[in-house]
Design a protein around this ligand. Structure first.
Ligand SMILES: Nc1nc2[nH]c(S[C@@H](C(=O)O)c3ccccc3)nc2c(=O)[nH]1
Length: 276
């Protein structure tokens, strides 16, 4: 059986690769290589050539201990880059933000999807996302980015993440966001221990019961770094393994640094599916 799903009005018959564009100086995986707008656009061009369908633009790192970023600073980092990407390329752009003002101005500049690691919980975010009228990805996080990894604890991580996502979906629909505009994400690395992350990956297929596209973001994360005792830049193979395990369980969208390798691996998966 082949994959078929919608992100809003965009239809896909294959797994979708979301390439990560970090516009922050402190992102964990590229060691603070601060991208100028010109460098950012070169990186976008490269990811598109390598097979990315969506470019995820982030102006504030949400890794543990990252410095908070002002609205003005996050706007300055993201709005013009989003506009440039949409003017130069024909790809989809998602904005990785939790701030309503950033949602508003980047969507006005052409962003197609709102990707909020805080699942629209910040004041005004839910209303703003409903007003923007674009697809939204809502992700589970326990606690706040700055403290979420200090001591993650669950009675049952699977059922707690599932219940949270169900509740957030209901809140989104109640706020006027159409259900077919919602993507769900278990939030690997966001308030989870190594074992919590692998339990979620081992049972990812459970999330199909929500009847919504699933986004998996495991690329170069500590769930692999801790398991293998390796640095983020050495985690390409592990990240590919994670993506393949996730796609076999029904995940639809893969948020990754290593676009070419992931796109190739997912094409091998799709070919096998078509050969059944
Ligand atoms: N939807 C969605 N958006 C995301 N944004 C990020 S940030 C990530 C990083 O790559 O820096 C990161 C790495 C390590 C810890 C926290 C955050 N991760 C996701 C995700 O898993 N899902």
């Amino acid at each position: 059986m082949t994959i078929s799903f919608n992100i809003g009005s965009h239809q896909f018959q294959r797994p979708v690769v979301m390439g990560i564009l970090n516009l922050t100086p402190d992102s964990f995986s590229d060691g603070g290589s601060y991208l100028s707008p010109q460098q950012a656009l070169l990186r976008v061009e490269q990811m598109l050539e390598q097979g990315a369908d969506i470019i995820d633009v982030g102006g504030e790192s949400t890794r543990p201990g990252a410095a908070a970023v002002s609205v003005e600073e996050e706007l300055a980092r993201t709005v013009d880059v989003v506009a440039e990407i949409k003017q130069r390329f024909s790809c989809l752009v998602s904005i990785d933000t939790s701030k309503p003002e950033v949602m508003q101005q980047t969507v006005a500049a052409g962003a197609d999807i709102i990707n909020d690691v805080c699942a629209l919980e910040r004041p005004g975010a839910l209303q703003m996302a409903a007003e923007c009228g674009v697809p939204v990805c809502i992700m589970h996080m326990q606690g706040e980015p700055r403290s979420m990894q200090s001591n993650p604890h669950y009675e049952d991580v699977l059922s707690e993440v599932m219940t949270y996502l169900k509740q957030r979906v209901e809140s989104c629909v109640a706020a006027g966001i159409q259900r077919e505009n919602i993507i769900v994400d278990p939030g690997f690395g966001f308030g989870k221990t190594l074992d919590h992350n692998f339990k979620l990956l081992a049972h990812l297929s459970e999330f199909n019961q929500l009847g919504l596209p699933i986004l998996a973001g495991m690329s170069r994360k500590s769930m692999f770094g801790k398991l293998l005792d390796k640095k983020p830049t050495e985690l390409e193979a592990a990240s590919i393994a994670g993506a393949l395990i996730a796609v076999q369980q029904g995940a639809h969208i893969f948020r990754v640094h290593d676009v070419a390798a992931t796109a190739d691996a997912l094409r091998v998966y799709s070919k096998v599916q078509m050969s059944k």
